[in-house]
Write a protein that binds this ligand. Sequence first.
Ligand code: GLU
Length: 285
Amino acid sequence: MSLAYRGRLAPSPTGLLHLGHARTFWIAYQRALAARGTLVMRNEDLDPQRSKTEFAQAMLEDLRWLGIEWQEGPDGGGPYAPYEQSQRRELYREAWKRLVKMQVVYPCRCSRKDLARSAQAPHDEDDEPIYPGTCRPSKKVDVPDSPAGMNWRFRVRDGEEVGFADGHFGRRSYIAGRDFGDFLVWRRDDVPAYQLAVVVDDAAMRITEVVRGADLLRSTARQILLYRALGLREPAWYHCPLVTDEHGQRLAKRHDALSLRALRERGVRPEEVLEILHPNPASIR
Ligand code: GLU
């Protein structure tokens, strides 16, 4: 029996959405529509330093303006609305605790400076650097009540190949210890890390297909290790090629002129935005 399609939109309210987000979210919307599925909106507002309610409001408005509709989450009347990660910390804490009990995560005392000193640079501009393994424990890790005050890392098995079938890019595979290292599941400042929160939420929200940008391909390999450790069902994966600017740089929140807000204020209509993104609708598979 195949499961009813459940997709999600998971923007972080740390800036205005730009054409790159619009393209990814439009594809996610089209795939949910084509499957006659449900689309969930999840506000990924875990980082208290970077998340702003104004941005959360703007992203919902801008996606609505573009014509994207969702059925669950903020602004989308479903039975479980709203989905805000900052309200779901308890779920992430439970998952963290299970991982500590299983001895697959460990506390790490390295500072950002220590890590910057280690030679291995991150692959993508906002990807984590490969952790040199300084704090890998040699004996059993105690299980504290709270993760606060320490970084917590998932211990990967160096050399393990993690592969998956991507709906757009086909077969992908990454090697633990080479393409990514022991990754964060909880931050010292008591913020659950993206990798853990996203896995816990996608599983809890029964997401059947994750559609997101190709910048997260490598993170998918990390997340698969968490799915396996937590005994959760892995969704299907579909990564969208990134939109680049005229210099071939991928769009980031700093490209304010290409934000949906700025385009809208300049009088560009939603149909025109979609036209720029997909001159040929048949190219969306
Ligand atoms: N919130 C993440 C971001 O805006 C995306 C997470 C995901 O789709 O898995 O970059």
